[in-house]
Design a protein around this ligand. Structure first.
Ligand SMILES: [Zn+2]
Length: 268
């Protein structure tokens, strides 16, 4: 009996964190009590080779947003599941939006958030292809602060940090050791373990891809640069590595949010 009361309490407390699981009145009351920050997970639906599900960028964004909301007084918004994935066209499963569509949707969404008196919007992005339009959104919308990593992409900077400890070629950029290990940690069912095979890797496995090479893959599309849709080598991916990689990513998001809190305080 005691247990069920406790779990009901847990459900109620956490329900308040999720925008779409709250009523209009509950949102109004909570916002006026100071929960005026909202976290928007940004994802993508795109091919991730033979071993990883198409929705993983959205799934990880949602997971990071939920974990962040345990440390920051904020709402978790329903996620923006689709992204700009033109460079993954030509593979079944990729669902992509035009940048102009995304920008229009984001503007409408931000307008609605302002009308609900949200003062700070945190973007948690799980897909490399979204950074270019995120940068165009800037850091302010009609008085609402936008906290985001478009100028210093967290996913890319964590991969660069990890290249000191782990083989750069394997870590990869898409469905490689980095992303697949995180998927094993956060959503084990997202990975078909028997199908984890290497994709495109640099000729010298100690050498990381240069920024110019990365821009090249995006420009020609993965269909042309990597026949199996993977950049990196997921074959040694593990849950243990994934936990380390994920914790590093979450830590960086927490730093971004903490930095922005200091900045808002010094702005006022
Ligand atoms: Zn991905």
């Amino acid at each position: 009996m005691k247990k069920s009361v406790a779990s009901l309490g847990w459900i109620f407390q956490n329900r308040k964190m999720f925008w779409d699981a709250s009523t209009s009145q509950e949102i109004l009351d909570e916002v006026h009590r100071g929960r005026d920050t909202a976290i928007l997970p940004l994802g993508a639906i795109e091919q991730h080779g033979a071993h990883l599900v198409t929705g993983y960028d959205s799934w990880i964004a949602k997971r990071i947003a939920t974990d962040l909301s345990k440390k920051v007084k904020a709402w978790v918004l329903p996620s923006f599941e689709f992204g700009t994935s033109d460079h993954h066209r030509g593979f079944h499963g990729t669902l992509t939006l035009r940048e102009s569509t995304v920008m229009a949707m984001m503007q409408d969404l931000m307008q609605s958030l302002c009308e609900s008196e949200i003062k700070r919007l945190i973007l948690v992005n799980g897909h490399g292809g979204n950074y270019s339009w995120m940068r165009k959104l800037g850091n302010q919308f009609k008085g609402m602060r936008i906290v985001q990593d478009g100028d210093r992409p967290i996913l890319f900077s964590v991969i660069r940090e990890l290249e000191i400890e782990y083989p750069a070629a394997a870590l990869g950029l898409h469905a490689g050791l980095f992303e697949t290990s995180m998927a094993l940690h956060t959503h084990t069912d997202a990975v078909r373990k028997n199908l984890m095979k290497a994709g495109l890797v640099p000729a010298n496995p100690e050498k990381a891809w240069t920024d110019e090479e990365i821009r090249g893959f995006i420009a020609v599309g993965l269909k042309n640069s990597s026949p199996n849709g993977i950049i990196g080598d997921p074959s040694q991916a593990s849950l243990e590595l994934g936990r380390k990689f994920y914790d590093r990513v979450l830590e960086r998001f927490l730093e971004l949010v903490t930095e922005s809190s200091y900045q808002s305080r010094s702005d006022t």
